[in-house]
Design a protein around this ligand. Structure first.
Ligand SMILES: CCCCCCCCCCC/C=C/C(=O)SCCNC(=O)CCNC(=O)[C@H](O)C(C)(C)COP(=O)(O)OP(=O)(O)OC[C@H]1O[C@@H](n2cnc3c(N)ncnc32)[C@H](O)[C@@H]1OP(=O)(O)O
Ligand code: FAD
Length: 632
């Protein structure tokens, strides 16, 4: 599942990467430890001639609990996508050698989603051939960018370009924030950390106020648009190309989601295999909780999601690479497709894993509430994925916007993109392929059902929008009246994408892998499809992709699938090939000794380093001895 990291032994031989001790760290210690880790991984990369992929896998092995995440995942990619060749030649070597440390400063205190309303300005001053950057009011200050608080020496600042009295919209500007001599903020720069978060507290997300900060004209990243010395704005590519960095990160978030749900399902399944509790026969032996149908119903969806997201990430990475190669050659034909696809799938993947991680946590009972189980920590670290790189609702709406354009093309008899080719079909010619119970065991039949449900959802909201417009509603009112249905249509399309990628990937694999493995993967794919229909049965019925009889057969087959998966459940999470130090969980260790590891973790608890707590001498002693308490 994860390209086996041949360097795992090297990495985890070092105490720095042994994760048990992170509990109890202060924010400053977490921050420092994260920086130390990234720089040490960089040294290991050089010492052992690791590839960039090895470097990336090492970071994933540490659950991204490293420093410079935005420098690596946004600042450098933004230079690669938004800078001219000359600017790349200047800035990339500095960034790649960590001589400058960067962030991507787009979100403001007052705006994150609505980029058109960003308040930071970059005003061209022809007298000095400079831009003057300012955050004009409180709500304008940059707020959230990772590494901005205490680390970044430079920021790619997204600001409204002003020339004369005209606003040319959001453009990217390279701004130095701190001295490279003493790390002090430069004149006009007020910068700091925005404070503790629910998780990811090793990251110094920060705020930035710009008080008339002057930068040279050549600091505007000018691949897609530039300003001439005499103040003319020249656009060399669509301004949507300035959004390219976000598209890449949305792809990375799908893999981040895959990594977190693999951790969660591994912890839940391994613990459920060793935990014995209660028995079905009076006086009988206690059962492995993994044998309870309800426990399987709780956690097998996370197992199936792990594989579904793995296959979808692999497929979308290929789709992105094709699109990006064309875009970097100036051909934006696939820009809309890749934006629409990745907006929706980033939202769907992060929604899916945050829900399933909570189910994994709950499945561990009381121990799921201990930090040492790590499943709760994993959820806390995953929660931002529903917001970062675009709030999920807004991302679904971007996907829906793309789907509306595609169905309009389909209905006009024009070509449509491959991911939406199903919209060309005649929706009325559909017949549910499941005409008897055993048909539910055919993933291809289920795929047809997903296709019809998605097609129906998109067609239905398109019709409703058209009806609202023809009834006299203006565009924005018609849209706002249908936002919920638009989100629903986007989710239907995304769930179809996951199912399609799962079915096609297993079909390709079975041509080369053993029949045993093929049969296990087919079973998991079938379960993923059945469960997805059951959990959204209302929409599948509403779309007439299935009827009540089919739903009855599908529900029965889903429960049978649980029992079929049970014998392979532990092997399927072992197949993730995750090191204990990656999972870090006392409940999910490969040796299965959950109770011993829980107790070891408890013994490491700082409060247990002394038998009698300081509070005894302050409060408890007199209380217990019946002595009057001093004034508190
Ligand atoms: C080493 C470690 C690895 C770790 C890997 C993971 C790291 C994760 C770290 C994450 C840290 C977090 C970073 C951030 O959050 S950065 C800030 C992210 N912010 C956003 O995403 C803002 C969301 N808002 C928007 O994108 C836009 O405001 C929005 C799309 C909602 C609206 O755009 P706009 O205002 O321009 O208006 P329209 O909707 O009309 O769109 C106009 C046209 O532009 C097209 N479009 C929009 N976005 C894109 C895009 N990204 N790419 C391409 N095209 C885009 C849109 O389709 C419209 O086109 P048409 O006119 O043809 O329809
Ligand atoms: C951990 C973390 C790290 C981050 N790192 C960075 C970074 O490095 N760089 C950076 O620039 N930013 C960063 N961000 C900011 C992030 O990109 C924004 O928070 C995100 O884009 C959401 O925008 P917002 O916060 O303004 O939410 P809002 O858009 O204000 O969302 C509030 C509510 O309004 C709804 N809403 C908003 N617009 C619409 C609409 N058009 N239609 C329907 N509903 C709508 C949303 O669905 C949501 O329910 C980070 C955020 C977090 C949490």
């Amino acid at each position: 599942m994860q390209k086996t990291f041949k360097n795992e032994k090297i990495l985890f031989a070092e105490p720095l990467f042994q994760c048990d001790g992170l509990a109890g760290f202060t924010r400053s210690e977490l921050y420092e430890n994260a920086i130390h880790r990234t720089l040490r991984i960089n040294q290991l990369k050089k010492e052992h001639n690791w590839t960039q992929e090895d470097f990336d896998i090492a970071i994933r092995c540490l659950n991204y609990e490293v420093g410079f995440v935005i420098h690596l995942s946004m600042f450098i990619p933004a230079i690669e996508r938004l800078a001219t060749d000359d600017q790349k030649a200047k800035w990339l070597p500095l960034a790649e050698s960590y001589r400058i440390l960067g962030t991507y400063a787009q979100t403001e205190l007052g705006h994150g989603t609505n980029l058109m309303a960003l308040e930071t300005t970059a005003t061209f001053d022809p007298r000095t051939d400079e831009f003057v950057l300012r955050t004009p009011q409180l709500s304008s200050m940059k707020w959230w960018p990772g590494s901005l608080g205490k680390t970044a020496t430079h920021a790619i600042v997204l600001a409204q370009l002003i020339i004369g009295n005209k606003n040319y919209g959001m453009n990217p500007f390279m701004v130095q924030l701190r001295s490279l001599e003493d790390h002090m903020p430069l004149p006009g720069i007020i910068v700091g950390d925005i404070g503790a978060k629910l998780g990811a507290n090793s990251n110094d997300n920060g705020f930035l106020i710009l008080n008339d900060v002057r930068i040279p004209r050549e600091n505007m990243l000018a691949r897609n648009s530039k300003v001439t010395k005499d103040g003319r704005y020249i656009q060399t590519s669509t301004n949507k190309a300035n959004y390219a960095t976000m598209v890449l990160v949305r792809l990375s978030i799908i893999r981040w989601a895959e990594d977190t749900i693999k951790n969660g399902s591994l912890i839940a399944i391994r613990y459920s295999a060793v935990r014995r509790q209660s028995s079905l026969q009076a006086g009988g032996p206690e059962m492995q909780v993994l044998d309870y149908q309800t426990q399987q119903y709780k956690i097998f969806p996370s197992l199936a999601a792990s594989y579904a997201l793995f296959f979808t990430y692999e497929a979308m990475m290929k789709e992105y690479e094709i699109a990006y190669a064309q875009i970097m050659r100036g051909n934006n034909q696939l820009l809309g497709q890749i934006h629409g696809q990745l907006s929706g799938l980033k939202a769907f993947a992060s929604d899916l894993v945050t829900y399933e991680l909570e189910m994994c946590r709950r499945s561990c009972g009381g121990h799921g509430y201990l930090k040492a189980s790590v499943v709760g920590e994993t959820l806390l670290h995953t929660l931002p994925l529903v917001t970062v790189e675009g709030d999920n609702t807004v991302m679904y709406l971007q996907c829906a916007r793309y789907l509306l354009k595609q169905i309009a093309k389909a209905l006009a008899g024009q070509d449509v993109d491959e991911p939406t080719s199903y919209l060309k079909k005649d929706i009325l010619s559909y017949t549910c392929p499941v005409q008897k119970g055993e048909h539910c065991t055919n993933p291809n039949y289920l795929l047809k059902i997903y296709t019809q449900r998605a097609h129906s959802a998109i067609a239905s909201v398109a019709r409703q929008l058209q009806f609202d417009l023809e009834s006299g509603k203006d565009q924005s009112s018609a849209f706002n009246n249908n936002l919920v249905s638009l989100v629903q249509a986007a989710k239907a399309h995304c769930q179809l994408c996951l199912m399609k990628n799962f079915v096609e990937s297993v079909s390709a694999l079975e041509r080369t892998c053993s029949e045993n493995l093929a049969s296990v993967l087919r079973q998991l794919c079938l379960y993923f499809g059945l469960h997805g229909i059951v959990t959204a049965s209302g929409e599948f019925l509403e779309s007439e992709a299935i009827g009540l009889q089919q739903l009855e057969w599908i529900k029965a087959e889903e429960l049978k699938s649980l029992a079929a998966i049970r014998p392979n459940a532990v092997a399927l999470v072992d197949a993730f090939d995750l090191h204990d130090q990656t999972v870090m969980s006392a409940l999910g260790r490969y040796d299965g000794n959950a109770y011993q590891h829980l107790f070891e973790a408890a013994k490491r608890e700082p409060m247990n380093q002394t038998q009698v707590p300081p509070a005894y001498y302050k409060y408890l002693r007199d209380l217990i001895k019946g002595q009057p308490l001093a004034k508190l």
